[in-house]
Design a protein around this ligand. Structure first.
Ligand code: FES
Ligand code: FES
Length: 167
């Protein structure tokens, strides 16, 4: 049986936000570190590095995944989406991002990229979640600032097809 050399480097290629990217990584390099330190895509944040806080969440083939629990080599040939891929090419924020802005769903913003990615996945599967369902998704994320009420309001606004501040 071939022994795995942890220092062995592998060339990894995948699609990041619709663009082909490639770089070398050690066998045990995490996807978070590959994105941030090899590719230079620092929108994905790193908190606990143990799958608890959710701030490192990205989409892999459209499905939310903790990039701190994913090896970079597991992204080979896949389509990875990070928070940098949400806005339009001209920088215009998408509906979910606009709703977060309008409903004051972020303060320091450290948790925000991961929460946006989780709801991007979730709303694609369940466009009209109940408040309980929204809070269930949020249970996989830690925010030390907002108290979560603004986040729930933002997601509800998107769900209702109206990201404007309610009067
Ligand atoms: S850094 Fe990945 S879940 Fe906290
Ligand atoms: S906005 Fe600061 S941790 Fe969530």
């Amino acid at each position: 049986m071939r022994r795995v050399n942890k220092d062995e480097r592998t060339r990894i290629s995948f699609t990041l936000n619709g663009r082909a990217v490639s770089g070398e990584a050690e066998s045990r390099m995490l996807l978070t570190d590959f994105l941030r330190h090899v590719i230079g895509a620092t929108g994905t944040h790193v908190g606990c590095e143990h799958g608890v806080c959710g701030c490192c969440t990205v989409l892999i083939d459209g499905v939310a995944a903790r990039s701190c629990l994913t090896l970079a080599v597991q992204a080979e040939g896949r389509a990875v989406t990070t928070v940098e891929g949400l806005a339009a090419p001209d920088g215009a924020l998408n509906a979910l991002q606009q709703a977060f802005q309008r409903h004051h769903a972020l303060q320091c913003g450290f948790c925000t990229p991961g929460i946006l990615m989780s709801f991007t996945d979730y709303l694609a599967r369940n466009p009209h979640p109940t408040e309980d369902e929204i809070r269930d998704v949020l249970s996989g994320h830690l925010c030390r600032c907002t108290g979560y009420a603004g986040i729930v309001a933002a997601v509800r606004a998107v769900s209702a097809g109206n990201s404007k501040q309610p009067s």
